[in-house]
Write a new protein. Structure first.
Length: 122
């Protein structure tokens, strides 16, 4: 058997304990004032048309969505854009048989940022 001269073996991944620590994610939003205003309007519109209830609990906000594919898609797309400018948000969608929920959570120490986010929803 001959080996391709361009072949280079891929090194095995380092075990997690040996990996250098990743830099902590900054708790900050990268949007400028103008973009922040537009984004706030997008969230208000989503809440007005696609959300049946907003539940806030410590370090998370849960947006219970209407039972609609369009609402789920709109919520997921907006949440993805939010994650781009606010990478400290932990964003997830929970789908149960009778309810769909968009969850945005923050790490310890970012409760003020979550409170500001919740305020802009109103």
């Amino acid at each position: 058997m001959t080996m391709d001269p361009g072949f280079a073996p891929v090194p095995a991944p380092m075990p997690p304990a040996w990996r250098p620590e990743a830099a902590p994610t900054p708790i900050a939003c990268s949007l400028d004032a103008s973009a922040l205003g537009s984004r706030a309007e997008e969230w208000r519109s989503l809440v007005a048309w696609s959300v049946t209830s907003v539940e806030v609990d410590g370090r998370a906000v849960r947006l219970v969505l209407r039972d609609s594919e369009a609402d789920l898609t709109a919520a997921a797309a907006l949440a993805q854009r939010e994650k781009e400018c606010c990478p400290f948000f932990d964003v997830s969608v929970t789908i149960e048989a009778d309810v769909r929920t968009l969850v945005l959570a923050v790490p310890e120490g970012a409760e003020d940022m979550l409170a500001a986010f919740v305020d802009l929803l109103a």
